[in-house]
Design a protein around this ligand. Structure first.
Ligand code: HEM
Length: 444
C-alpha cells in the first residue's frame, strides 16, 4: 500500500474492559490465525490498550528487516517477564544490543559448533542409558532436564557436578517466574512474601552466587575451555577492543538459559509425539539413520547426510514454533504496510499464524516433512517461515538449536520408539498435551 497512511482495521468483539485478552488466553491459536481475515495489519485490544498485529509476510519484512530500527524489543507481556533476566541480548535495545550482539556472535561462530555438539551428544547418550523397555516417561520433564544439562555443559564444559546440579535446580524456577510475570504483569503481586516468590528469590540468589563463582574461576584460569563461557570472556568489541564485564556476562548467561532450554525441549517433545502418530515418518527416520550411520553412534559431521531428519525438524518448527507470539514497541509514530501506528504502541506478530497460512503452506495442519524438499520449498517466501525470527533480532542460537535438536533426535530415535498411551493423534495446541509416553526399544 502507498500514499497517506490510514487507520488499521479494528478487530470486532471483546468485552469493554478485557478486550480480546480472554480469547488470546483461552484459544490463542484460533484467535491468531483468524486475524488475517481482517487485514494485513489489524488492531485488537488487550484490556483497554490497543495492540497492533501484523498478519502479512511482506509487512513482517518491513517490521523485522527493512525498518527494524523504528521498532524496538518490548511491549505486550514481554517486558515484565524479562525483568528476571536483566539486560541481556533478548531484552536490550539500541547501540547496547548491537554491541552485545556483535560480541556474542563470536561465541556462536561456526568453528565452535562441533565442541558444543559434543555436549548434546553426551547428554543424550546418558539419558538413553537411564531409559528402560516398557517404562512410561514424562516427556516434558525428561526433555526439560536434558536441554538444561546440555546448555549447562555448552556454557561450562568442565563444571563440577554440585554446581551443575544447583544450576539445574534453580533454572526451572527462573523459567516459571518469567512465565508467571508474562501472564500476570502486576509487579506488586510478584513482590508479596508468598512462598512461591520467596522460593524464586532464593533460587535467583543461589543462581547468581553459583554463576559468579564460575565466572571468577574462569577469569583466574584464563584458558579457552572450548565452551560458551570461554567464548564470551574472550569476545572483544571490534571498535574499542573491550571485553564484557562480569555483570553483562551474567545477564547473557541467564538470557541463554531462558531462551535456549524450554524452546529446544518443547521441539523435542513435539518430535516424538508426531513421530508416534505418523509411523510412516518414523519409519523413514529409522531407515535414514540405518543407512547413514550403519549402526554407529551419530556424530556432528553426519548432520548434512541426515536430510530427511532435517526436514522433520523444519516441519516441526513450522507447525509448532515455540516463539508463537512475539512483540515489538514503536519508538516513534510511524506506519507499517501503509497503516498508521502511534509512538509507544505494541506491535505483535505470530510465526504460528504465518506458518499456517494456506497459500504458503497448503494443508497447513498436515505434518508433511517433504514440503521442505528443495523443489517444493522454493515456492515458500523467506519471510513466511520464522521459527527463529528474522533480522537483527533473529535467534542467535539458531544453528546451535538446530544441531542440538537433530543430534538428540538421531541418538534417541535410533534406539527408542515412544508410544502414545491414549492412541489419539496430537491436538493442535501450544504444547503437546500428551505428556507421558511408553518406551519401546528400537532394534535395527
Ligand atoms: C528450538 C530452539 C529455539 C527456538 C525455536 C528459538 C526461537 C527464537 C526466536 C523466535 C527468537 C527471536 C525473538 C524475537 O524476534 O522477538 C529468539 C531469540 C533469541 N534466542 Fe532463540 N530459539 C531457540 C534456541 C535458542 C538457543 C539454544 C539459544 C542460546 C543458547 C537461544 C538464544 C536466543 C537469544 C539470546 C535470542 C535474542 C537475540 C537478540 O535479540 O539479539 N535460542 N529465539
Amino acid at each position: 500500500m502507498t500514499g497517506t497512511p490510514t487507520d488499521a482495521p479494528v478487530v470486532p468483539g471483546g468485552p469493554p474492559l478485557l478486550g480480546h485478552a480472554l480469547e488470546l488466553f483461552h484459544r490463542p491459536l484460533d484467535f491468531l490465525t483468524s486475524l488475517q481475515d481482517h487485514g494485513e495489519v489489524v488492531v485488537f485490544r488487550l484490556g483497554t490498550r490497543p495492540a497492533y498485529m501484523v498478519t502479512d509476510a511482506e509487512v513482517l519484512k518491513e517490521l523485522l528487516i527493512t525498518r527494524h530500527s523504528t521498532f524496538e524489543k518490548g511491549g505486550g507481556f514481554f517486558e515484565s517477564g524479562m525483568e528476571l533476566v536483566g539486560n541481556g541480548l533478548a531484552s536490550s535495545n539500541g547501540t547496547f544490543h548491537l554491541r552485545q550482539r556483535r560480541m556474542m556472535q563470536q561465541a556462536f561462530h561456526h568453528g565452535r559448533m562441533s565442541g558444543y555438539a559434543q555436549a548434546a551428544l553426551g547428554a543424550a547418550d546418558e539419558l538413553s542409558d537411564t531409559w528402560r523397555e516398557g517404562q512410561v516417561i514424562d516427556l516434558a520433564r525428561e526433555f526439560s532436564g536434558l536441554t538444561m544439562r546440555i546448555l549447562a555443559r555448552t556454557l561450562f564444559s568442565d563444571l563440577d557436578p554440585e554446581k551443575a546440579a544447583e544450576i539445574c535446580r534453580c533454572m526451572p524456577l527462573l523459567v516459571d517466574g518469567v512465565a508467571r510475570r508474562a501472564f500476570l504483569p502486576v509487579d506488586f503481586v510478584h513482590r508479596l512474601p508468598l512462598p512461591v516468590n520467596r522460593r524464586e528469590a532464593a533460587a535467583m540468589r543461589s543462581l547468581h552466587r553459583t554463576v559468579d563463582g564460575i565466572i571468577a574461576d574462569y577469569r583466574a584460569s584464563s584458558l579457552d575451555q572450548n565452551d560458551l563461557l570461554s567464548a564470551l570472556m574472550l569476545a572483544r568489541d571490534e571498535h574499542t577492543g573491550e571485553g564484557m564485564g562480569t555483570q553483562h556476562i551474567h545477564d547473557e548467561i541467564r538470557t541463554m538459559m531462558l531462551a535456549g532450554t524450554e524452546t529446544s525441549a518443547t521441539t523435542l517433545h513435539w518430535a516424538f509425539a508426531l513421530m508416534s502418530a505418523h509411523p510412516d515418518v518414523e519409519e523413514r527416520v529409522h531407515a535414514e539413520l540405518a543407512e547413514v550411520l550403519g549402526g554407529d553412534p551419530v556424530h556432528h559431521s553426519d548432520l548434512p547426510r541426515l536430510e530427511y531428519l532435517g526436514r522433520v525438524v523444519q516441519e516441526i518448527l513450522r507447525m509448532y514454533p515455540t516463539g508463537w507470539l512475539l512483540t515489538r514497541r514503536t519508538t516513534v509514530g510511524t506506519s507499517l504496510g501503509g497503516y498508521r501506528i502511534p509512538a509507544g504502541a505494541d506491535v505483535f506478530f505470530s510465526p504460528y499464524a504465518i506458518h499456517h497460512d494456506p497459500p504458503f503452506f497448503p494443508s497447513p495442519e498436515r505434518f508433511d516433512p517433504d514440503r521442505w524438499l528443495p523443489e517444493r520449498a522454493r515456492h515458500i517466501p523467506r519471510h513466511a517461515y520464522l521459527p527463529f525470527g528474522a533480522g537483527v533480532r533473529k535467534c542467535i542460537g539458531e544453528s546451535l538449536a538446530y544441531r542440538e535438536t537433530t543430534l538428540v533426535l538421531a541418538t534417541l530415535a535410533g534406539r527408542w520408539r515412544l508410544r502414545s498411551l491414549t492412541g489419539l493423534p496430537p491436538r493442535t495446541t501450544l504444547r503437546p498435551k500428551e505428556k507421558r509416553m511408553r518406551l519401546e526399544r528400537h532394534t535395527r
